[in-house]
Design a protein around this ligand. Structure first.
Ligand code: ATP
Ligand code: MG
Length: 453
């Protein structure tokens, strides 16, 4: 049905010669060039393909280089010592050069199911696709027209089968073939549309956008592990904020992060600001080459719901620690049915959340205990993001920022020993919050393990 209906999509090849496009071998990784040349010398067709060609044509530096060839995975393996075959759903060759991996894929065809190759379709979804074909067939089974261009290593021309060049000029993402069919085959293409539109500053063509509302629910059937990978690509590739806004604008957020969409819909502007700041900080860290953790990011995205659920249980008389634990488990449990966030990250998220109420307990022992908690740094960064929640929260963040700068004895002397009055009283009353004494000794390293009180 679906695939057959696409055979009427006769590709019209346009060859753009070397002197009419901007791709230069200088911008292609050495590893990718070696793979292309080796394949070509062995008599196979070898092309750079997909995102790399698209990005190079836009003047961007690709983050990875994919190669397409008419050599089968086994033939590729024979040519490269540093090669391993991977994948079941899509069999591929990985050629490994130190930290760099060049993905080499054999042209995929539109052959009949049960034929020579191996394609498996369940309810219109492609669950396995290992039928080899021609480059024309390979082009039209790709998702967007801008993703179906090939850079030919034999003459440095670009081969455009489906009008990708035109779309780059129009700055529009258009699907190859019938949008409805293509999204049913693979609902993750909807997320790819949003992600690529954000990354490339392109608009999603109206026909490609139209099915989102009706077909978005199909994302519930996509593999949660794949949705986790896709979420990382959206939020941890340096375009997190733009991707998030695009997802929301396209109405796709609710299918991927229902709790986030729900909390934002309750109209809480402070929460929106927290989420947007969190994503913007992450983008900035990536731009500076600093490390980022998925745990912090998911903690940001799900915070609104966790907080509201925890408050719900506290209002019903549940003890605070228990209420937070219960809320975390509930929200994480629901989210992981969609997006499989690995346990090591959900564990950290739960810690970041559960430490939040502890920042309000400004008593000597508790302050020092919190400061030496292994997750203190992340939880403190999170607290700073919450500044817009209320003036008290902003003040609390400032207090903790200052407290970390103080020598321990000065801080200890300024803190009440504990018991009695409420957390908020202490924040306001804590002497260090008002007039910061000058540090006399070595400064405490942020996040350092110095001293245990
Ligand atoms: P990025 O900049 O994130 O790497 P990309 O377009 O290169 O974007 P990849 O996941 O690296 O994304 O995929 C490489 C190519 O494989 C795409 O350009 C596209 O041609 C094809 N492709 C990827 N995912 C799909 C899909 N779900 N359906 C059809 N074709 C796909
Ligand atoms: Mg890519």
């Amino acid at each position: 049905m679906n695939l057959e209906s696409r055979t009427d999509l006769t590709p019209a090849l346009r060859i753009i010669p070397r002197d009419q496009h901007i791709i230069s071998r200088k911008n292609v990784s050495k590893a990718a060039l070696r793979v292309l040349y080796r394949l070509n010398e062995a008599g196979y067709a070898a092309y750079l393909v997909g995102g790399a060609v698209r990005d190079l044509l836009l003047g961007l530096q690709p983050k990875d280089f994919d190669v397409a060839t008419d050599a089968t995975p086994d033939e590729v393996k024979k040519l490269f010592r540093n090669c391993r075959l991977i994948g079941r759903r899509f069999r591929l060759a990985h050629v490994v050069f130190g930290p760099e991996i060049i993905e080499v894929a054999t042209f995929r065809g539109l052959g009949e199911e049960g034929g020579e190759g191996d394609r498996h379709i369940v309810d219109g979804r492609i669950v396995r696709d290992n039928i080899w074909g021609t480059i024309e067939e390979d082009a039209i089974r790709r998702d967007f027209r801008v993703n179906a261009m090939y850079y030919d290593i034999s003459d440095f021309s670009v081969r455009d089968y489906v009008g990708g060049m035109q779309d780059l000029q129009d700055r529009a993402l258009r699907l190859i073939g019938d949008p409805d069919t293509r999204y049913r085959e693979d609902p993750v293409r909807m997320l790819r549309a949003a992600r690529l539109a954000a990354k490339l500053d392109m608009r999603i063509d109206a026909a490609a956008m139209a099915p989102f509302e009706t077909l978005g629910p199909l994302l519930a059937d996509a593999a949660p592990a794949r949705l986790f990978d896709e979420s990382l690509k959206m939020f941890l590739s340096g375009n997190g904020l733009k991707s998030f806004r695009m997802l929301e604008q396209c109405g796709l957020l609710k299918f991927l992060f229902p709790a986030t969409a729900r909390a934002l819909k309750r109209g809480d502007e402070a929460l929106r600001s927290l989420v947007e700041h969190g994503l913007a900080n992450t983008d900035a860290r990536i731009a500076e080459g600093k490390s980022v953790t998925p745990a912090f990011l998911f903690a940001v995205l799900l915070w609104g719901e966790v907080r509201d659920v925890a408050h719900h249980w506290i209002a019903r008389g549940q003890e605070s620690t228990e209420a937070w634990a219960r809320a975390s488990a509930q929200v994480v449990g629901e989210q992981c049915q969609r997006v499989a966030i690995p346990r090591r990250f959900t564990f950290t998220m739960e810690e970041i959340w559960s430490l939040q109420p502890r920042f309000e307990q400004i008593q000597r022992k508790r302050v020092f205990r919190l400061m030496t908690h292994p997750r203190f740094r992340a939880a403190f960064d999170f607290l700073l993001l919450r500044a817009d929640e209320s003036p008290a929260m902003r003040e609390l963040g400032q207090w903790w920022a200052h407290a970390q700068q103080l020598p321990q004895d000065v801080l200890a002397a300024a803190l009440p020993a504990g018991g009695g009055s409420s957390a908020s009283d202490h924040v306001v009353a804590a002497p260090v919050a008002g007039k910061p004494p000058r540090p006399r000794r070595r400064r405490r390293k942020p996040g350092g393990k110095s001293g245990s009180a």
